[in-house]
Design a protein around this ligand. Structure first.
Ligand code: 9WN
Length: 447
């Protein structure tokens, strides 16, 4: 089917369909990230999904985050997956991670993965509170009763990241696996992964993604997957000990996008702390300041984008990906530098590229050598990413930059399948259909 032949859904119709997607993916205790491809609860998906749920039922939004919090580690880490015990098909599953088997920091139940994802959760909670206020006193009472407990969880999570992922106080979060970035096969990680040797004794595994998504070109390659699994194996053998991984892990890079998320989320959490009369406001504001400065300091003068660094070689990772716009999420650039970055975002290298079907943010610049329009994080546009930029830009008082992205994203979503990602030149929906966070994005944009 050509995209132009697909029905166009707008307004109330799209809202009803999005709500139906979240309902269908809800197991009763959690919302699966996607019905078949991702049948568990993913960390940053859950945060985004909770915002969508807050539009429908604030209590259900709180419960979604509570389910994730049940997987929180003793260290404070929120794991990137909380597994549904009834689902055994996704790979790598809980046995492969073997977390509770190798460290007391992991809960025995629920079972989880041993890595994390971008800390968008405090931003979601800030939004859940605001949406409850819009709904009225009953919703406010429900969310207020829940907030102090959620706050303690989030505080432990942020302190974990600050302590274990930036011990040198550089203002940049380090990640220990590409999956921690949420942008698995982004060309950002090609350099660091090229040095990962596939373990000779890597236990065999069976991928699920290439059985669900029949077009293998849309998914990471077999060599990439072998490397992902080799790093998992290495982390497990290190007992998921962050200090050991910092000392000897094969994959150690700063993630400028996660750092910007932490800066913005720290600001949000400081606001929540203030509203609760909690004692950590100054600490959280200092985190926001530190990471905002770290992100702004990562800007590459030549590319005009913020860059990650390979901590094993010290080399900046010079690729033009959407993560490079991280300073627009959290602020911190001087006025002229922010103006230049906005101009770049609107330029032909990005949303102004003449070949784009919709002027949304592709995961990699269509003008870059690394651009692959169907290959997952190497080019496709991810609705959740454009939504997150819209949300953060509006939050920072830049509706002028957000508005065109918002309109373009609604056009992209009107095709109505709530796809995981789209071919940016044709608009064709790709990956999983009925992806929960895409439905959440639609609800948040339309309601
Ligand atoms: C690995 C669930 C997740 C997202 C990630 C996305 C993809 C998993 C996978 O799906 O990652 O964690 O199996 O490829 O890259 O951002 O959270 O939607």
């Amino acid at each position: 089917t050509a995209v132009s032949d697909l029905p166009v859904h707008r307004g109330a119709d799209l809202v009803a369909r999005a709500a139906a997607v979240l309902r269908a993916n809800d197991t009763g205790v959690m919302v699966r990230a996607a019905p078949t491809l991702y049948p568990h609860q993913w960390s940053w998906d859950a945060a985004f999904v909770s915002v969508g749920l807050a539009h429908l039922d604030p209590g259900r939004a709180c419960a979604e985050l509570d389910h994730l919090f049940r997987g929180q580690w003793r260290t404070g880490m929120l794991p990137h997956i909380v597994f549904d015990p009834g689902e055994t098909t996704y790979s790598p599953g809980p046995d492969r991670w073997g977390c509770a088997e190798v460290t007391d920091d992991a809960p025995a139940a629920p079972r989880t993965s041993g890595i994390c994802q971008p800390p968008v959760h405090a931003l979601a909670v800030e939004r859940i509170v605001a949406l409850a206020e819009r709904r009225g006193p009953a919703a406010v009472a429900r969310v207020r009763a829940w907030l102090p407990g959620a706050y303690r969880r989030l505080l432990a999570w942020h302190r974990y990241l600050v302590r274990e992922r930036d011990p040198l106080r550089t203002g940049l979060v380090a990640i220990h696996h590409g999956w921690e970035s949420g942008m698995d096969n982004s060309p950002r990680w090609d350099g660091p992964y090229s040095r990962i040797a596939v373990l000779p004794d890597l236990p065999p595994y069976r991928r699920r993604d290439t059985r669900v998504v029949r077009d293998a070109a849309q998914r990471p390659t077999q060599l990439e997957y072998d490397r992902y699994l080799s790093v998992v194996e290495e982390l497990r053998r290190a007992g998921y000990d962050d200090a050991r991984t910092r000392a000897t892990g094969g994959f150690l890079v700063t993630d400028v996008f996660a750092s910007a998320v932490l800066a913005a989320a720290s600001e949000a959490l400081a606001g929540i702390a203030r509203s609760l009369g909690a004692g950590e406001v100054a600490e959280l504001e200092e985190h926001a300041e530190r990471f905002r400065a770290g992100v702004a300091g990562s800007e590459d003068a030549e590319l005009g984008l913020a860059l990650d660094t390979d901590l094993r070689t010290g080399a900046p990772l010079r690729v033009e990906t959407v993560a490079g716009f991280a300073p627009l999420l959290c602020g911190g650039l001087r006025t002229a530098a922010e103006r230049d970055m906005v101009a770049l975002l609107r330029s032909e290298r990005w949303t102004g590229h003449p070949g784009l079907r919709h002027a949304v943010l592709p995961s990699t610049s269509p003008a870059a050598r690394e651009f692959r329009p169907r290959a997952y994080w190497r080019g496709p546009s991810w609705p959740v990413v454009t939504w997150f930029f819209v949300w953060m830009l509006e939050r920072r008082g830049r509706p002028d930059v957000a508005a065109p992205l918002r309109r373009a994203l609604l056009d992209e979503l009107a095709e109505g399948s709530f796809a995981e990602y789209h071919e940016p030149l044709t608009g064709e929906p790709l990956g999983s259909a009925a992806q929960s966070w895409t439905a959440a994005a639609a609800l948040d944009l339309l309601l």
